[in-house]
Design a protein around this ligand. Structure first.
Ligand SMILES: [Zn+2]
Length: 576
């Protein structure tokens, strides 16, 4: 009996112990299954497969003749796989030396227990190749692409630049991102628990697809001439900035778009172009300055065009049948409109003059009279008809719209000032596009840069087409060509005259707002040849010091540019 009792006690103890053990195990299992499931799930996947992305090569941007304006450079990304390291000390020494990094920084990264630790990206290919040659276990050298602009600051705000993920940030890089970016690929490798690639198991590889090439109408040579000329006048006149546009007025192709000072596309976050050696510490302030530096004044900013806009008032009057070239006017130096006396730029007045003399003299009272003949309703009607109310539709992001009074708020005084280009604002590109219509036979064209998309072998994938519309009679356009040619040969635009060429154009001297600041914008719009023009150029010089008249400051800039590019474009001198 005693023995039996003893055995039962022994069984009970063993049984109780087993029950307790079982409960502990169940508890632990429950904990692992319910509370740590995600953790182990992740670990399990990490143990077996590792997916890495292979960056696609971004498409190039080439100019009208195939000159490469944006391309890629091969760079390397250096990283360390901790589980594969054999001689950490040697790796630390080598990486610190080759990459020029502080030894403590490298040590911290190499000794960190992680599946893959990035040491440095954007490393030059030659350095990457050298690191690979050490053949040190655990050191990984991956090839990568970095956007590269061979001409640094050429057409910086037009081309734009890309961010770290290869995406466009401003300019054409944003607008044509879908064609340029391509498609990233992936590598899927299977590894054991230590992260070492398992042999005999094929890695799955999805090849990246390279982006397409974008061909634009920018011409490297014309852009370079224009940029040099703009930089020269900016320095001479100590101006804040100079904007210049050269386009084909017949089809809207933009050959050059300049905003000096330009910035270096390979260093888009350096504020050097803003005259700052060091970026401000305040992040918000820094971003504000960068945004300002990246602005494309030709399309993102509006200004009062001033007298270049008189071309509109004259063309609208011809269209409406309210003006004959033989009409005569009288300028006493001002015109009284309601209770105001609005002055001509010539204080003593131009006296008696024909319409042709009026446009040659850029006489304000003549154009106020033309505005009055049109009246508010017709003025707005032609403003809309010629396309000036709408954006131009240029293929660049952030185009600014026209700023103009509501028609019902316009009285005789506003109408008078609008007739000579004040009291409303448009972009420089809008002005260039409007004058294109006036001198190209009357067609409103869409200014643009993108011409076609090519594959890597230069085969055409897609040609872009742009809208155009006849909005003015050919007769009015031909008359305007003739009168604007006389402005250059005999009037205020004579500083743009080149012996032997027939060039048309119009000067302007406008003010930035508020007028009390006495800051001026000198501008000139010119085209050649005067009959069936092949090129139209607009220059605007912001806040020039000293003499600021458009005829004196801006017209000679376009003469210099034309002297260089007219022979290049195959435009011959008259009579040759
Ligand atoms: Zn006058």
């Amino acid at each position: 009996m005693r023995n039996k009792t003893y055995n039962r006690r022994k069984i009970l103890i063993v049984f109780s112990f087993a029950v307790v053990m079982l409960l502990v195990l169940i508890g632990r299992l429950t904990y692992l299954m319910i509370f740590k499931a995600d953790y182990y799930q992740e670990r399990a996947e990490e143990l077996h497969e590792r997916e890495r992305s292979i960056k696609a090569a971004r498409g190039e941007i080439v100019d009208a003749n195939g000159v490469v304006l944006a391309t890629n450079q091969t760079v390397c990304t250096i990283s360390v796989v901790h589980s594969q390291l054999k001689n950490s000390e040697q790796v630390i020494q080598m990486l610190s030396q080759e990459l020029g990094l502080d030894i403590q920084t490298v040590r911290k990264k190499v000794e960190k227990v992680s599946s893959r630790e990035l040491i440095k990206s954007n490393v030059e290919k030659s350095v990457g190749d050298r690191i690979r040659e050490y053949e040190l276990a655990g050191v990984k050298v991956d090839e990568d692409y970095k956007r590269y602009y061979p001409y640094d600051d050429l057409a910086s705000r037009v081309l734009g630049f890309t961010g770290s993920d290869n995406q466009g940030i401003i300019g054409l890089e944003v607008k044509y991102d879908e064609y340029l970016k391509g498609q990233n690929g992936t590598i899927l490798t299977t590894t054991d628990a230590r992260g070492i690639d398992l042999e005999g198991i094929a890695e799955e590889r999805m090849e990246p697809v390279a982006g397409r090439t974008l061909q634009v109408s920018i011409d490297y040579n014309i852009q370079s001439y224009a940029q040099q000329a703009a930089e020269k006048v900016r320095e001479e006149k100590k101006a804040d900035q100079v904007a210049m546009i050269l386009m084909n007025p017949q089809n809207g192709e933009i050959m050059a778009m300049v905003n000096v000072p330009e910035f270096n596309l390979n260093e888009p976050f350096s504020l050097e172009a803003m005259g700052l050696e060091k970026a401000p510490a305040d992040e918000e302030e820094r971003q504000k300055l960068l945004n300002q530096m990246w602005r494309n004044t030709c399309i993102n900013d509006t200004y009062e065009p001033g007298s270049t806009f008189k071309t509109f008032t004259a063309a609208a009057c011809f269209e409406a049948g309210l003006l004959e070239a033989s009409d005569t006017f009288y300028c006493p130096g001002y015109r009284v409109v309601e209770d105001r006396r609005i002055r001509c730029h010539k204080a003593g007045g131009h006296g008696s003059e024909s319409f042709v003399e009026g446009i040659q003299n850029s006489c304000n009272p003549v154009f106020m009279e033309l505005g009055a003949r049109l009246g508010v309703e017709r003025f707005y009607q032609y403003f809309k008809k010629f396309g000036v109310m709408e954006k131009t539709g240029v293929d660049l992001p952030g185009e600014a719209g026209t700023i103009i009074h509501k028609q019902e708020n316009v009285g005789p005084v506003e109408l008078a000032t609008m007739s000579f280009g004040q009291s409303f604002q448009i972009t420089p590109l809008q002005l260039a596009t409007m004058v294109s219509t006036i001198v190209n036979g009357g067609e409103r064209v869409t200014p643009h840069l993108g011409v076609r998309i090519l594959d890597g072998d230069g085969n055409i994938i897609k040609n872009f087409s742009y809208d155009s519309k006849q909005v003015m009679s050919e007769k009015t356009s031909q008359q305007m060509q003739e009168y604007l040619e006389s402005v250059v040969s005999e009037g205020t635009g004579k500083n743009a005259y080149i012996d032997g060429y027939e060039i048309g154009g119009k000067t302007a001297t406008s003010q930035t707002l508020p007028r009390s600041a006495h800051k001026y914008i000198s501008s000139f719009v010119g085209f050649a040849p005067a009959e069936e023009p092949k090129v139209l150029a607009l220059v605007a010089i912001y806040n020039p010091q000293g003499i600021y008249y458009g005829g004196t400051v801006a017209a000679p800039v376009i003469r210099t540019v034309f002297e260089n590019i007219l022979p290049y474009l195959g435009i011959e001198k008259a009579g040759e």
